[in-house]
Design a protein around this ligand. Structure first.
Ligand code: ATP
Length: 461
């Protein structure tokens, strides 16, 4: 099994990620988050919100609808051009992304930047190089395939109107820009952030949760006056914030992340500069998080299509203008996959799996157990301890099997501390605390246990 297969197997076995609707044979590019996964996802989401919304004076949050007025997507350009190049195997009729097929065909050192190719150039490349499908068959010429999911509002057939499930959370920020300005005391420069589900009719299959039909995005639009603020500085600050979040807050190894600047051809026409923060996933370096200087493009589009004035009135000069924007956009599920991949360790000799999650991220902060499940006095004491700490930490109770098995089970889900109540506890009110990463045990007084755990969780912050 390669590393990715092992991660997928662990994720299923220990309740992090399940295939959606597995009892019906599953659904492509769709996954569910189990008891451990939902906790990990929540911890990542909360840390993002805390870091980028709560800890900053210049940021506010938002929670906009998934179904917006359909004109939103016409104005944003998604109806016209939010597409991927689709090719089809002429025999099996399986669909692929032309850019991915070409990337797989090219040797690593080809120097060709597939992102720079137009759809016509991709078609030409496939034809000239006789590129085949993974099954070895001919491919149809690439055509643009729109990724927006369409649905309808209305109960009777002739009363239905077409709407879209949002393809990104960002547009809900632009359409609420004026209301946020009018309802709060924000002043430029400031940002609006939101986390929520987005939907894309993705063609590619088989990349686990890296690319799914529905996913959670955490996006920020940071508005500023280009005559007062230097966009290069703002962009660079956001890049630092993103890097810090990944390496310090989530505790990811710095060697597994890198910046990649978009080339002039690759970049969207309205963007002046774009960077991807890439992570070295088990299947290669891939985009984790993008940050783009989008100028005043989006607000201007919405002004034009909605005929609403979305200008900002500068309180100092009394002049009106359309602010510019820098957008850091990440998928929470991609952060999740990165966190799992980075934390996964396996002892080469014993095969023992330890998920070395940052303590802030672990689904459970500690496991509390009695040394022996059939000794009532130990169970009572351990339960007391559990109850006294449960409002402070997310704890798990485990009195099954022997201690060694309990430790191994907690290691696999990344629980940083295992606390055991034994016979000595009954005489001196101390417990053993075992550290997940070193396997070492220490005796700690119950009165100091919260502080002991706190110090170690905080240290990682
Ligand atoms: P990609 O090139 O991987 O398709 P993108 O450039 O289209 O991504 P953006 O539109 O910039 O992505 O979206 C911002 C972020 O949302 C991405 O960096 C990624 O983390 C996440 N994201 C985008 N599409 C998906 C998806 N289908 N599944 C999970 N996360 C996604």
């Amino acid at each position: 099994m390669d590393k990715m297969e092992k991660i997928v197997a662990l994720a299923k076995r220990r309740g992090f990620v399940f295939q959606t609707s597995e009892i019906y044979g599953g659904l492509s590019n769709s996954y569910d988050y189990g008891p451990m996964g939902s906790e990990l996802l929540r911890n990542i989401r909360n840390l993002w919100w805390s870091e980028f919304i709560h800890k900053r004076e210049d940021m506010v949050g938002l929670d906009s609808s998934i179904i917006l007025h359909p004109q939103t997507w016409v104005a944003s350009g998604h109806v016209g051009s939010f597409s991927d190049p689709l090719v089809e195997d002429v025999k099996t009729h399986k669909r692929y992304r032309a850019d991915h097929i070409i990337e797989a065909f090219l040797p690593d050192d080809s120097g060709v930047i597939v992102e720079d190719m137009s759809i016509e150039e991709m078609g030409q490349f496939i034809q000239e190089n006789k590129v085949k499908s993974p099954e070895g068959n001919d491919l149809t010429p690439p055509k643009a395939f729109n990724l927006l999911f369409e649905t309808e509002i209305g109960s009777v057939a002739n009363d239905k109107s077409k709407v879209y499930l949002r393809g990104e959370t960002a547009q809900g920020i632009f359409t609420n820009f004026k209301q946020v300005l009018d309802s709060t005391r924000v002043q430029l420069p400031f940002g609006i952030g939101q986390i929520g589900k987005s939907f894309r009719n993705e063609i590619t299959t088989g990349q686990f949760i890296f690319r799914t039909l529905e996913f959670e995005q955490a996006e920020i639009e940071y508005f500023f006056n280009p005559n007062e603020s230097n966009w290069e500085d703002i962009l660079s600050n956001w890049k630092d914030g993103m890097w810090n979040f990944v390496t310090k807050v989530l505790g990811i190894n710095e060697e597994h992340v890198r910046w990649r600047q978009h080339t002039d051809k690759e970049r969207s026409h309205y963007s002046k500069d774009t960077y991807d923060l890439d992570y070295q996933f088990p299947f290669g370096w891939k985009e984790l998080w993008g940050v783009a200087y989008r100028t005043d493009y989006d607000l201007k589009q919405h002004i034009e299509h909605s005929k609403t004035n979305l200008e900002y009135l500068d309180p100092k000069t009394n002049k009106k203008f359309v602010p510019h924007v820098i957008e850091p956009a990440v998928g929470v599920n991609r952060l999740f996959l990165m966190v799992l991949a980075d934390a996964y360790t396996e002892d080469p000799e014993t095969g023992r799996v330890v998920l070395k999650l940052d303590p802030k991220l672990a689904p459970y902060t500690a496991c509390i157990s009695p040394l022996l499940a059939n000794k009532e006095e130990l169970v009572t004491k351990a339960k007391e301890l559990f109850n006294s700490m449960k409002s402070k930490y997310h704890l798990v109770w485990d009195a099954r099997g022997n201690i060694g098995k309990r430790y191994a089970a907690q290691d696999e889900i990344g629980t940083p501390f295992c606390v055991v109540v034994d016979f000595q506890t009954l005489t001196d009110n101390t417990v053993t605390v075992r550290d997940r990463d070193t396997g070492e045990q220490e005796r700690v007084a119950i009165s100091e246990l919260s502080q002991y755990i706190n110090d170690r969780v905080e240290k990682s912050a």
